[in-house]
Design a protein around this ligand. Sequence first.
Ligand SMILES: [Zn+2]
Length: 343
Amino acid sequence: MTVIAGQIPDQVPVALHNFLMAARMAGIPLSECLRSGQRMAESHLVAWRRFRHDMILVENGTTAVAQAFGCAVNYPDDVAPRVIDPVLKNLKRVDELRIPDPEKDFPLNEVLEAVRILRREWGDRVFIMGRADQAPMALAAAVRGHERFLLDLAECEEPAAIDQLLDRCVEATTRYALALRSAGAHGTSIGELGCDLISPALYRRYALPHLQKFFAAMRKAGFPAALHQCGNSKAVLPDMVASGASILELDVHTDPPTVKQATGGGTAVLGMVDPAGVVHRGTPERVREQSRRALDVLAPGGGFIIGPGCALVPETPEENVTALVETARRWGRYRRDGTLEHG
Ligand SMILES: [Zn+2]
């Protein structure tokens, strides 16, 4: 909370994007864990007892709101769930999409339950980020089918219908985020399509205005909200800042010095350690090196929460996560003036 408020904490906090890994550590099959709030909470408690991280990212994947909208979703045992039948076959039928009720509609109700259990367990000791799933473009792509949606954008025949769909997505996500808040979450996060998938021009035309609507609603509610984006986001970094998000969740493909330069003044950064190449496939030594570099560049002056820039796969070695947490504890301590003790 101190970081988000733009102040200097005692040390750089650690956030783990580890819902898949947590299920594995708890010995619960993913298909079971991600469909039950009780089991989801249980898995996070197991992982937290091991790593003692400061911020927990609670979610059941990237298909929650799409499923609540009526998409068919498959829950495999080894990877996150995926949409197998998008619900919106006809772009002209956006009206027929009913805004889900997070308290009743699966799986939103289960994620809310997980947040409630964790908040009861921890109170304010751990920051619970109840993730409100997908940002407008990413949610529209799930509801419409990714290929179909990218063609909708490219053909540009019905821009008004696309905006209408995006509005509906923002409405659903806002409602879900506020329900997560009532359930006890300290903040929320949504994931948007990055520039590995859409051009900066499309990002500015379609994503940005709808992101601004969402983050304005969150600011009005006093609820810290993050914008998650995978891949290299360099081309739209100033737009991400302009979205009004309190936190940008980024991975190493957007280089740390550029990120440090573009943020500040009310926008914090979460992530910047490579979840796949380093935390999953690297050695503890590699994790320490990259974490140390991220701390050196991003921590001075505050505004940084260290962690993997995206979800850790179930098989991530525990010793690598431990290396990340220990590096942050050892090298991430602040002096009062905002410099690092070991900087
Ligand atoms: Zn990601």
